[in-house]
Design a protein around this ligand. Structure first.
Ligand code: NAP
Length: 295
C-alpha cells in the first residue's frame, strides 16, 4: 500500500513555522504582512477557496484584507482598486480570485498587479522569471507540489515526471519548475493534454505522475507503474446524498486501486489543496520581508 502524502499535516507544520517567523518580523521590524484578497461575484467554489485562504492568513498572523464585490463590478473599478493596492505600503500581496466574470479581462487584470506584489505568480514578469530560473514568486499549486515531494524525501532529480494537464496555473508552471537546472528539480518532464496520443502508455513510464485535469477517474491503475509516486491535483464535486451538503470532493485519480500500486499518493481532499494555500502564505511573507529590506 502507498504512503499517503498528507498536504494537510505538512501544511500545519509549515504554518507553525510561519507563525513564529511573522511574530519575529513584527517584533524586530514592526511589519505585519498584509494580503489583499479580491473576489468578484458569488461563484461558490471561489468563495470557499477565498474563505480558506483568509482563514489560513489569520492562523499565521497575516492581515487579510477581504475585498468582495458584486458580479457587475466594472473592469475600470477593479483596475483602479489594484492601482491603489499597488501603492499601499501595508499590502504586500494582491490576489485576484479566478475565474473573473466574462466582462473583465483576466490578462489585463493580472498584468495590472505590481509584479512585486503578485503572490500568485501569474504576472508575465514572474512567469518569465520562473522560466529562466530567476528568483520570483512561484505559482502556489506547482510550488506546493514540489515542496510536498521534497519534504517527504521524494527526490525529483533525474526522475521522469509525467503531468496530465497543461493549464497556466498548474501543468505548465509545474513543468517549468521541475525542469530547472537545480538540485531540487532537474527532472525530465512530459506534459500531456487532450491531444496527446497514448496517454496511458506515457503515464506508465512516469516515476512521478501528476494528474491536473479536473475529471474523475482520469488516472486508473493500469496507467501507473509499480512503485510510482502519484500526485492528484484534481478537485471534483460528485453527488453524495449521505453528506449534509449533498456532494463530496474527489480527485482525478482512482485513489483506492491506484494506492495499491503506487509507492506514495496524495489524497483528495487533504493533499495538494492545503499546500497551495501554504505556498500563498509563504509568498506573502517573502514579499513583506522584501518590501522591508529584510534578508
Ligand atoms: P484546466 O485549466 O481546465 O486544465 C485542464 C487540463 O487538463 C487541460 O490542459 C486539458 O487539456 C487537460 N485535459 C482535460 N481532459 C483531459 C483528458 N481526458 N486527457 C488528457 N488531458 C485532459 O484545469 P486546471 O485549472 O489546471 O485544474 C485542473 C484540476 O485541478 C481541477 O480539478 C481544479 O479544480 C484542480 N486544481 C486544484 C488546485 C488545488 O490547490 N488542489 C489548484 C488548481 C486546480 P487541453 O489543454 O488540451 O484542453
Amino acid at each position: 500500500m502507498a504512503i499517503i502524502l498528507s498536504g494537510r499535516d505538512l501544511s500545519d507544520k509549515m504554518k507553525q513555522d510561519y507563525k513564529k517567523e511573522i511574530e519575529q518580523i513584527k517584533q524586530k521590524h514592526n511589519i505585519v504582512p498584509g494580503l489583499a484578497v479580491i473576489l468578484i461575484g458569488d461563484n461558490p467554489a471561489s468563495l470557499s477557496y477565498v474563505k480558506l485562504k483568509e482563514k489560513a492568513c489569520t492562523e499565521v498572523g497575516i492581515v487579510s484584507h477581504d475585498l468582495r464585490f458584486n458580479a457587475d463590478y466594472k473592469e475600470e473599478e477593479l483596475l483602479k482598486l489594484i492601482q491603489d493596492l499597488n501603492s499601499n505600503n501595508n499590502i504586500h500581496g494582491i490576489l485576484v480570485q479566478l475565474p473573473l466574470p466574462e466582462h473583465i479581462g483576466e490578462e489585463k487584470i493580472l498584468c495590472a498587479i505590481d509584479p512585486e506584489k503578485d503572490v500568485d505568480g501569474f504576472h508575465p514578469v514572474n512567469v518569465g522569471k520562473m522560466m529562466i530560473g530567476a528568483p520570483s514568486f512561484l505559482p502556489a499549486t506547482p510550488s506546493g507540489i514540489q515542496q510536498l515531494l521534497l519534504r517527504n524525501n521524494i527526490g525529483i532529480e533525474g526522475k521522469h515526471v509525467v503531468i496530465i494537464g497543461r493549464s497556466n496555473i498548474v501543468g505548465k508552471p509545474l513543468a517549468m519548475i521541475l525542469i530547472q537546472k537545480k538540485p531540487d528539480a532537474n527532472a525530465t518532464v512530459t506534459l500531456c493534454h487532450t491531444r496527446t496520443k497514448n496517454i496511458a502508455e506515457i503515464a506508465r513510464t512516469a516515476d512521478i505522475l501528476v494528474a491536473a485535469v479536473g475529471r474523475p477517474h482520469t488516472v486508473t491503475k493500469d496507467m501507473v507503474k509499480q512503485g510510482a509516486v502519484v500526485i492528484d491535483v484534481g478537485v471534483n464535486r460528485i453527488e453524495d446524498k449521505t453528506r449534509k451538503r449533498g456532494y463530496r470532493l474527489i480527485g482525478d485519480v482512482d485513489f483506492e486501486e491506484v494506492s495499491e500500486k503506487a509507492s506514495a499518493i496524495t489524497p483528495v481532499p487533504g493533499g495538494v489543496g492545503p499546500m497551495t494555500i501554504t505556498m500563498l502564505l509563504h509568498n506573502t511573507i517573502q514579499s513583506a520581508k522584501k518590501h522591508a529590506g529584510i534578508e
